[in-house]
Design a protein around this ligand. Structure first.
Ligand code: ADP
Ligand code: MG
Length: 619
């Protein structure tokens, strides 16, 4: 007797449903995608009890005639592709012809639909994959699908469902994805008879994001600067440096309008943020790629959640570049925050306020502005001279800025600023109030109080300087008194061999010295470690996991970020006033001045409004 037999249509659909319909959120996804493909301008979603009891999706799209409605419930019935060739370039969300029959096979299912010109619509009721009845109906144009008692005939699947709240959250997330991907479509979402959101149709993504998440999030976003590429168009919004989340739920990527999970895109986003992201944090992105449908394969996952790019390297490159450019684009507006408020001391002409020469001459004017012109005799603070670290020398206490304009105190900052000397107009001015806890530089600007973490700022400056050196001629190194040889376990040895040229550019004089043996004869100048081998071991430990796939440049950056920290200004190293000025000026010149190389902010703004609230002046 034959052991192999063909499965019935119903069983085959239930098998397919196992892949397509994982949970109530998958039902919502498939139905909403069908509505969007049908050209809907408005989609209403209603659920009860986490979608298990009911999912109802109503659209005002094209609708179907009776024959199509019946056909839509057959497996492999689709209006979206005709031949295998169409699979090469899919422009619709659906194409597999599996969703409706799959959903209908594991639920109590009702479809009502009507084409706009048609006299009557059609109603079809299906239970567990079997059509119960078909009749004419008088509904509004469009399509309505009701899915009740999901998995009622598959108790095993039902057991895998999570709590009602979790399933609801999944559905809501799914709806967010669709709503963000298709801002022209109006959405409403009703949960257990309560309206959760109502989103009007809009042409602009940022309006949709504001409607969904509120102004607070929108204020933390930057519009993506599209990279020059003829193949790919990139649009969307991403979080500013420092705006991040502990979970990935707002790291969203869309390819041709389809929300996708793509490890390559995720890695590229991370790489673009690189030093602007704190450990364990995820960027906030609403990132849209438009790409020739022929260059991307969407038929790799039954739920069409994943995509594969024909040219992954090219896509990665563009994404990384876009993110970097976008983050850097914020710099000019960020620098504005350092500008002092324009104050006019009584009796002083406005033009004189910003002029350090005039201000200093009237030495009793209680203005605290300071020029940041290069000052004769000013010591280059965070530079990479052989005596790279200036620790120990920096013993002069920070002199209150008051002294600059009070002649009797000028000794404390001798040679710093000659009160009478007229200097060229400064490129940027600060209004430093003082230093808190030997760490935070306090400044005043039009908005209120600015706090700069002097340590974080110094790290950022050093980081960018070292990176530049690494890219250009390599980091200067200093010879060890005695070259050392050491052995490594094979995997570490393989990693070192692969990265030896990067390590050398980083100022580490390392070379192979037999199988799994290496010789080290110099270290980067900023490394004070006495033991080269120990230093090398820590470099390997820290970097090999962090940067397994990225470029040599990224590896170098990681290395700088991880080693720089220990050599930046110590938190409570008192800095003299000109050193502070130089620090701030150097910071403003960085590519990514807003955060240290580990993603922590360099600056915090406390607005006057916040202060007023705290002091009860304003409620
Ligand atoms: P696919 O979307 O992959 O084509 P489905 O099983 O989801 O497969 O749907 C089958 C067909 O039913 C679709 O190709 C479409 O023609 C039609 N259809 C489904 N939902 C709707 C809807 N909401 N409005 C109009 N037509 C629909
Ligand atoms: Mg579909």
């Amino acid at each position: 007797m034959s052991r192999i037999r063909l499965l019935s249509e119903t069983v085959a659909s239930q098998v397919a449903a196992g892949e397509v319909v994982e949970r109530p959120a998958s039902v919502v996804k498939e139905l909403v995608e069908n509505s969007i493909d049908a050209g809907a301008g408005k989609i209403d979603v209603m659920i009860r009890r986490g979608g298990v009891s009911l999912v109802r999706v109503i659209d005002d799209g094209s609708g179907m005639d009776r024959d199509d409605a019946l056909l839509s419930l057959e497996r492999h019935a689709t209006s979206k592709i005709r031949s295998a060739a169409d699979l090469q370039a899919i422009a619709t969300l659906g194409f597999r012809g599996e969703a409706l029959p799959s959903i209908a096979s594991v639920s109590r299912f009702r479809l009502t639909t009507r084409e706009s010109g048609a006299v009557a619509g059609t109603e079809i009721i299906v239970n567990g994959g079997k059509i119960d009845f078909v009749r004419d109906g008088g509904e509004a144009p469009g399509t309505q699908v009701e899915v009740r008692s999901l998995f009622y005939n598959l108790p095993a699947r039902r057991k895998f469902l999570r709590s009602e709240n979790t399933e609801t959250r999944n559905i809501e997330h799914q709806l967010h994805l669709q709503a963000i991907g298709h801002s022209r479509v109006a959405f409403t979402f009703v949960r257990d008879e309560r309206l959760v959101f109502q989103l009007p149709s809009t042409e602009s993504l940022i309006d949709r994001l504001r409607d969904l998440y509120g102004t607070q999030l929108v204020e933390r976003l930057l519009e993506v600067k599209s990279a020059a590429s003829s193949q790919i168009r990139v649009t969307g919004f991403i979080g500013r440096a420092g705006a991040s989340r502990q979970a990935r739920d707002q790291q969203l990527t869309f390819v041709n309008g389809r929300a996708v999970e793509n490890p390559l895109l995720n890695a590229a986003l991370r790489e673009g943020y690189h030093t602007a992201l704190m450990k364990g944090q995820y960027p906030i992105t609403f990132f849209f790629l438009e790409i020739d449908p022929a260059s991307v394969d969407v038929n790799v996952h039954p739920a069409k959640r994943e995509v594969r790019f024909r040219d992954p390297g090219g896509v990665r490159e563009i994404v990384v570049q876009c993110i970097q450019q976008t983050l850097e684009s914020e710099r000019a507006s960020w620098q504005e925050q350092f500008r002092p408020p324009v104050v006019t001391p009584p009796g002083t002409p406005v033009a004189g306020v910003a002029d350090p020469g005039q201000k200093s001459a009237s030495s009793n004017t209680p203005s605290l502005q300071h020029s940041i012109n290069p000052i004769p005799g000013d010591r280059d603070l965070p530079h990479l001279e052989p005596d790279f670290a200036l620790r120990g020398q920096r013993s002069v206490e920070f002199a209150p800025p008051r002294s600059v304009i009070q002649p009797q105190h000028t000794q404390a900052v001798a040679g710093v600023a000659d009160p009478g000397q007229i200097q060229p107009r400064p490129p940027q001015e600060f209004q430093i109030i003082g230093v808190l806890n030997k760490l935070y530089v306090l400044m005043e600007n039009a908005d209120g109080l600015v706090l700069v973490d002097q340590h974080a700022a110094h790290e950022r400056i050093l980081f960018e300087e070292l990176r530049k050196r690494m890219e250009e001629q390599g980091v200067p190194s200093q010879k060890l008194l005695l070259p050392q040889t050491f052995d490594l376990p094979p995997r570490d040895a393989e990693w070192v061999e692969r990265n030896v040229s990067t390590l050398q550019k980083m100022g580490i004089g390392i070379e192979s010295f037999g199988p799994n043996t290496f010789k080290i004869d110099s270290l980067p100048v900023f490394v004070t470690a006495a033991d080269g081998v120990q230093f090398m071991q820590s470099v390997i430990d820290e970097l090999k996991s962090a940067s397994n796939s990225s470029s040599p440049l990224r590896l170098g950056e990681d290395m700088i970020a991880k080693t720089v920290c220990r050599h930046a200004v110590k938190a409570n190293d008192p800095l003299r006033y000109p050193e502070l000025e130089k620090l701030l000026r150097d910071l403003l010149e960085c590519d990514l001045p807003y955060c240290c190389p580990h993603g922590r902010p360099t600056m915090i703004q406390i607005s006057l409004a916040e202060l007023e609230k705290k002091f009860g002046r304003k409620i």
